[in-house]
Write a protein that binds this ligand. Structure first.
Ligand SMILES: Cc1cc2nc3c(=O)[nH]c(=O)nc-3n(C[C@H](O)[C@H](O)[C@H](O)COP(=O)(O)OP(=O)(O)OC[C@H]3O[C@@H](n4cnc5c(N)ncnc54)[C@H](O)[C@@H]3O)c2cc1C
Length: 403
């Protein structure tokens, strides 16, 4: 590392740009590299869904979303809290609001105004952003980049790698960095999809009539884990928030057993007894669908799912039980191409608390390229931003200690 050289931040996503901002605010000379022709494409894509920046739930619940990585991620969240993220977004002119699910969004419900203001701030801080600059590894202590003008070799005083995970590779994060780090002796966990849809072998008539239909106000469970939320029936199976919240245990069961059994509760607010009582009313001349609609307000897709699970019980108790625990057999999960995020990446034991690689002092890692995962709900961006802050502070402390 050359103490006179700039700090290079590689990867212009949420984590990298946040690290660049913090470093530049500390008066450092910062160059950001992005392999794509424009920056933050995944952040902009997140904006298409309204840009769920973070979540308003209490810290202990928030931290549990990171499952096994909770112990490592919690200090990042303490350093850059959801409240800090909201203040930051508002400082860039983006007022936020808390949605009914507790998720936090910018009022604009998109990423482009926030990104525009952010890039202007970075520009004002003197950060140089180079697009079409793909990092290809080290040449001795210097960094090598593939650019339209050929290979560029850049000395660095420190490096932040924020190259992202491997989902939606066409947006830029393709996980191509894995070999480069493995060659340096850095242990990585293979990429796996996270927050993706799951495969269920629906019958052709169900697909024909109901692909694209939402299932609102349902609950899904696997084993003893249960979530309330929404799902969307698709031709290949199911997707949506409730599925993503259970994605890790579903994926793990499919990898282990070749299948997973989910239970769908079509009426989570009512007990079996409640439903059975309402189903005891005589059906008269009504068709089954009409009767279920009148008695329980079941929408047609819900009735079709009941039918899909086999003969519909005639006994009120048995029918009520079926409505509360409709079995769905998952035969596979969707791949990385359309997963919202990925599990895997640089193993968390390869970095210290400042996010510096033990195998490569002066190189810090931030964002989704580290091996943590979380459901949708704002947890992905929150941890990506927060780790960018921690890595930047790590760089500053490391450079200060070197004098
Ligand atoms: C459809 C979709 C919707 C989402 N919605 C939300 C949401 O609402 N809320 C939420 O919290 N999260 C959401 N996410 C997830 C969130 O966008 C990511 O977790 C977050 O962007 C990760 O940030 P990052 O900086 O770690 O990586 P990225 O944003 O992936 O940035 C990494 C950057 O590094 C660049 N790069 C990679 N390799 C190289 C190289 N060799 N040289 C130079 N540059 C390189 C990439 O091109 C990329 O721009 C969504 C994701 C998707 C796909």
């Amino acid at each position: 590392m050359s103490s006179e050289a700039p700090i290079h931040v590689i990867g212009a996503g949420a984590a990298g740009l946040m690290a660049a901002e913090r470093l530049a605010q500390a008066g450092r000379c910062v160059v950001v590299h992005e392999r794509m022709p424009s920056v933050a494409r995944k952040f902009l894509m997140a904006g298409r869904g309204g840009l769920n920046l973070t979540h308003s739930e209490p810290p202990d619940r928030f931290q549990r979303r990171y499952a096994e990585a909770q112990g490592v991620v919690t200090p990042w969240l303490a350093r850059f809290t959801p409240a800090d993220l909201i203040t930051w977004a508002e400082g860039l002119g983006q007022e936020t609001f808390v949605g009914s699910s507790g998720r936090v969004f910018p009022k604009a419900l998109k990423a482009s105004p926030l990104l525009r203001a952010w890039l202007a701030r970075l520009n004002g801080l003197g950060v140089e952003v180079r697009t079409r600059s793909r990092w290809t590894g080290w040449r001795d202590q210097a960094l090598a980049f593939d650019t339209p003008d050929g290979e560029r070799i850049e000395p660095a005083s420190a490096v932040v790698l924020a190259l992202g995970g491997a989902s939606w590779p066409r947006l830029g994060s393709d996980g191509g960095w894995m070999n480069l780090l493995q060659a340096e002796g850095v242990a990585v966990a293979p990429f796996r999809p996270a927050n993706a849809g799951v495969d269920i072998a629906w019958s052709p008539p169900l697909i024909d009539r109901f692909a694209g239909s939402p299932l609102k106000g349902v609950a899904l469970s696997i084993g003893d884990q249960r979530v309330r939320g929404e799902a969307l029936l698709s031709a290949y199976g199911l997707e949506g928030g409730a599925v993503y919240a259970l994605f890790a245990p579903i994926r793990d069961a499919v990898e282990r057993d070749g299948r997973a059994v989910l239970h769908l509760d079509l009426r989570p607010d009512a007990s079996v007894q409640d439903l059975a009582r309402r189903l005891s009313r005589p059906r008269g001349k009504d068709s089954l669908s009409n009767w279920l609609r009148k008695a329980l307000g079941l929408v047609p897709v819900a009735v079709a799912l009941l039918r899909e699970a086999g003969d519909i019980p005639t006994e009120p108790e048995a029918l009520a039980a079926r409505l509360k625990t409709l079995p769905l057999t998952v035969t596979g999960v969707q791949g990385l191409e359309r997963a919202i995020s990925s599990a895997g990446g640089v193993r968390l034991d390869q970095v210290d608390a400042r996010l510096m690689l033990t195998a490569r002092p002066g190189v810090f890692i931030a964002g989704e390229m580290l091996d943590w995962e979380a459901p949708t709900g704002g947890y992905l961006l929150q941890a990506s931003f927060a780790s960018g802050v921690v890595a930047a502070e790590g760089v500053l402390a490391w450079l200060d200690a070197r004098g």
